[in-house]
Write a protein that binds this ligand. Sequence first.
Ligand code: GLC
Length: 565
Amino acid sequence: MTGTKLTSGTEWWRTAVIYQIYPRSFADANGDGMGDLAGISSRLPQLQELGIDAIWLSPFYTSPQRDAGYDVSDYCDVDPLFGTLDDFEVLQRTAHDLGIRVIVDIVPNHSSSDHGWFQAALAAGPGSAERARYTFRDGKGENGDLPPNNWESVFGGLAWTRTTDPDGTPGQWYLHLFDTSQPDFDWDSEWVREQFRAVLRFWLDRGVDGFRVDVAHGMIKAPGLPDYTPPAEGGSMGGAPATLEPGISAESPVTAPYWAQDGVHEIYRDWHKVLAAYPGDRVLAAEAWVDPLSQMAKWVRPDEMHQAFNFAYLETPWNAAKLRSVIDESIEAFGNVGAPSTWVLSNHDVVRHASRLALTGENLQGHGIGPKTVGLPDTAVGLQRARAASALMLSLPGSSYLYQGEELGLPEAVDLPDHAREDPTWFRTNGERYGRDGCRVPIPWEGASASFGFSTGAKSWLPQPAEWAGLARDQQNGVAGSTLELYKHALNLRREHSLASGTVEWIDGFGPDVVAYRNGAVTIVANTGAASVQLPAGDVLLASEDLVGRTLPGDATAWLRAVTA
Ligand code: GLC
């Protein structure tokens, strides 16, 4: 990798701002309405201008796209929808030349049912070595007509599907924690372990800087696959229920037999060694919905992964006391194992934070919002809170994740027509849950172009709201006060003042609605309430809203040069 602006051996990920690219919706170079790798390469200079350190690419591998690419049928190739391996090489070289690291997604809990391994398992029949690679079981009941247990899919409906034998008779069942088209591997199989080591090496050999590990808390299932009924208020991806039932403490939550089993850690210790054998500084980042944070920190012990997404932070409402407590808890939990805390507000699975933070109704993980949702957000309030929340997040020590489009202040697309929806959640719940399409709409680059410059053609695979014309990048670039300029400014200052390697020293005295703290030479004041507050002394470095004199309005954050007494 000569000629790049990157230096190795720096543990760069401890302080990095990592920008998530959702390839279907970032930029489309061939005009078919679906984003692609060449599109990404063409837009990387704009990300360099934004000031990020790394990109994480959601899956672009060969896939029938029944779960938008998280159903992989070949882990070592690029789906023709997105381009070729050569296009990936160009993307990676372009990124590295711009000083941007590249993290790719790996999906080890399940493959696509189209994968050759699963097709071989179906063909080989019960008891075969091929079936032992996935989670096949005989059904219960006299003729095996009943599923092996009561588990439900994260996307709704049963987590089991019955197979049909070659002679047409009903056969065994296979487990799929997600869609029917996503059969779960059996990680007790050494063969499966070896295949995934090879997949990691395939991408490491091509020079990737790390992996985001999909469903990193799900690969090992409790022996005997016991029945389990999740608490009604728990997130479908795991984690503690929003309200703990009597007798269940946050320190010993009830763990589903398919989430957060101890055996997963052995896999990550193994992967850690695979990465460590490569030169440079490569990162493993866990998508693990585990509560409380002290449990999640197990994923980032020194010989396991390097980072885990801080979903506890993402799920925290816009409330000063709760924010302060989750920030303390995060720094402590991750710090105890020597890992940096991470921070995240949006991704391709949750309602965009410019809408979520102003929802007045309930917001369940993965359920999404749509036209019939009760308590839909006020767009202006949502945007104002999102800007304030992002300004707070980007001031915190550790590594922050951004999701494409949040730097434009994009809200959730609420009014998608039913026929355009693609998320399996929508289909598996008969439209009861809207799912995640609303946060996956292709992003706007040029307000006056067809498909707002997302595509070289006029199409976009999900329709873009007309109001997004005004949020397009070219409408905000260089415009004082725009959300894009706010992000650029924050990222610049963050670097200039080394905030990501700093510390949090709370400042009291601003009242119950304010989060105020000092990070090195900068004081940060975030006002989550409605009433304005008087700012302390010090030059204002950044403000998410216009200030009136030295008054910070409600739903706003300011950074100031700290004044030392
Ligand atoms: C992860 C992904 C999500 C996907 C699921 C199944 O949660 O982020 O998009 O649907 O895993 O792979």
